[in-house]
Design a protein around this ligand. Sequence first.
Ligand SMILES: Nc1ncnc2c1ncn2[C@@H]1O[C@H](COP(=O)(O)OP(=O)(O)O)[C@@H](O)[C@H]1O
Ligand SMILES: [Mg+2]
Length: 361
Amino acid sequence: MSQRLVLENINKNFDQLVAVENVNLTVEPGEFVCFLGPSGCGKTTLLRIITGFESPSSGTIRYDEKVINNIIPQKRDFGIVFQSYALFPNMTVEENVAFGPRMRRMPQKEIEQRVAEILRLVGLTQWKTHYPAQLSGGQQQRVALGRAIAIKPRVLLLDEPLSALDAKIRIHLRTVIKRLQKELGITMIYVTHDQEEALSLADRVAIMRDGRIEQIGTPWEIYREPMTKFVAQFVGTSNFIEGIAKDDHVRFDGKTFRVEGLSGEDGQGVHLAIRPEKIRLLTDKEATSAAHASNVVSVETEVVTFLGAVVQITFLLDGVDMNVDITEEKFEQHAIRRGDVIQLYFPPDAFHIYPKTSSAG
Ligand SMILES: Nc1ncnc2c1ncn2[C@@H]1O[C@H](COP(=O)(O)OP(=O)(O)O)[C@@H](O)[C@H]1O
Ligand SMILES: [Mg+2]
């Protein structure tokens, strides 16, 4: 028996508008999957299709080997948490959490045990007799989480549950959610437009764009090997260079970089992407003896930003703003100030290459 959730060729149109296009996805039991993408890319629609509040225009949804397309939401036994807490205002914290189990006519004693356990997990034991209006936003969302898991859902679906909260509480609640998932071994699907949230929480991230899943993988895979320019742009920071490929080089605006991994792009336009931490700061001496001299450029530092252990330096390359991240230690060694000219090395193997003809414009 495999309690997998499988989406096969899911499409959803609203009249002319294609909200979800040909989505295929398998979520393993106990897995934490995030749908990450900009506003309007179809995340909520896809989640609503899984919950059963929306039916797909075509495609099959399976859970535990059974087709569930025609099963109503209440019978799917999936828990749901929205951005708005939607708590019962006239019920205490305890009563809110007990609501689901009560509706399912669970024995009173079991309900009490379950509620106590959940309040402990979400850290609300001391607030159990309070009403929602007496709680902060973060506490209310913890009640909503508790209420959703009280029915022991087979899958917990969360739609931007933290977006209404301020940064500090958001980060704290991430930990609460991750702990819940670990302790309960529950399958979770979590929708967000916040890449940091997705990368920190998920086992696998599905990057969505215009209704499609553009790439799916572990956070590390997505960060390391973004398959399209869109993903390289959306996840983490990338610097982009536009040029023409020729043999193992890319030429742009009078400069030429040696680039590893080019194949079949000869004479064609390409976008190169390079992460800020991959560009290296050289001393003048290192610059003159670099293995690939063409990949060394002199630039003027425009902005210096301290980000704690890392210092980010913004510079212009052919009129485009770019960033290089260097360690605080290196920053001090080089005694860099705004306006200084520095030598940067773009390693030939540090680029991702995207053909200019790709849809990822
Ligand atoms: N009930 C609906 N009727 C018509 N269009 C809708 C409906 N729900 C969503 N859409 C459209 O579908 C697209 C995807 O929306 P949504 O799934 O809410 O995106 P996201 O959650 O990623 O912001 C948007 O263009 C949105 O306007
Ligand atoms: Mg949404």
